[in-house]
Design a protein around this ligand. Sequence first.
Ligand code: 5GP
Ligand code: MG
Ligand code: MG
Length: 193
Amino acid sequence: RQLHSHTRARAHHKDIQEVIFTADAIKERIKVMGRTIAEDFEEKEPLIIGTLNGAFVFMADLVRSIEPLPTGLTMDFLRASSYTGSTTTGQDAVSLGMVSKTSVRGRHILLVEDIIDTGKTLQELCGRLRAQGAASVAVIALLDKAARRTVDLTPDYRGFECPDEFVVGYGLDFNELYRSLPYVGVLKPECYL
Ligand code: 5GP
Ligand code: MG
Ligand code: MG
């Protein structure tokens, strides 16, 4: 966490032990990633897919930073879940299909995820998208708990490496709470124990 000490803020919600990525730090990072993605997908008519619910805040900020706008860029969402109220990874990663029923066949996909922990959720989703005929599947995650990986999965783009602590905010929840906080912070243990 020392690495990120410059991103810490003072004012935050009472249930937050520590802010590890401020709204400003996230904004700056997304600006840079947006330009890279615009370049990499310039000719690819990308289909950007956000995983609900966690990635909705990141997705909203990310797509607005993809400049210049690649021709034919479209987007959709799908629901994936591996956590059900606990703070450890479950075995129940499920994709319930695309919200707007977009066809992925032949499309260059950028899958937008809030955080990668074991990597099981994304491995499963990437496999399904390839099986459905995607031309390519790239992954962007705002946060990467690289030390926790149990499967062979490395995001093509990532915002920040995340310490191995349970974080909330900027779309990330605990029991559906805290998603609206504009920063990412560590939840006080007494709030989930
Ligand atoms: P994985 O399949 O990679 O183990 O789990 C990824 C999913 O677990 C994420 O999309 C997210 O929903 C949830 N997750 C993993 N770590 C955290 C965390 O620190 N905080 C929150 N709120 N969710 C997490
Ligand atoms: Mg997620
Ligand atoms: Mg969750």
